[in-house]
Design a protein around this ligand. Structure first.
Ligand code: ZN
Length: 170
């Protein structure tokens, strides 16, 4: 009678002697990992966008708590605040769906999100910032290019006017 393979005999993954050996990740696990990553797709877009901006030589702060709405990406010198908005939570016109269950509750909640976005935009504008909203479904390369353009324009503005004309100072 043959002995069963060690892997089959040790369902916990522990080899004899207490050594844990890493086995190749089974496909099913990869799939389930992808599935579990799906609800936070906006984070994927945000990370991709950040990488693209960084590779263009742009430097920024992330999730600055001192700013209204805690922008995902903030260029403090030129005062550009970037928000990467999830299609569901921020009601993208293309993919924003309202759940049928508890329809009223969801409609109110999503409406409140959108209203808060607008309030934060207004607040930032008052502080001399310009806000950019990127949908999670958008191509991060195209978004990065647009932001890069805006950054250059804003930088020209700040260097030309200098500190004397700085918004918010008298
Ligand atoms: Zn969308």
């Amino acid at each position: 009678m043959k002995a069963a393979p060690a892997s089959a005999a040790t369902p916990t993954g522990k080899e004899a002697g207490g050594v844990t050996r890493r086995r190749p990740t089974p496909l099913s696990e990869l799939v389930s990992r992808q599935m579990s990553a799906m609800p936070s797709r906006d984070t994927g877009t945000e990370m991709a966008l950040r990488r693209k901006l960084h590779s263009r030589g742009l430097r920024y702060r992330t999730h600055l708590k001192t700013l209204p709405g805690k922008p995902d990406i903030a260029f403090t010198r030129v005062r550009i605040a970037v928000f990467v908005d999830g299609c569901f939570w921020h009601r993208c016109p293309d993919h924003g769906t309202a759940p049928k269950n508890n329809g009223k509750w969801w409609a109110d909640k999503l409406e409140a999100n959108v209203a808060r976005d607008r309030r934060n935009d207004d607040e930032l504008e008052r502080l001399g910032w310009i806000t950019v909203h990127v949908w999670e479904h958008e191509d991060p390369s195209i978004a990065a290019e647009a932001i890069n353009e805006l950054w250059r324009t804003r930088l020209r503005g700040t260097t030309r006017s200098g500190l004397t004309n700085d918004v918010g100072r008298t």
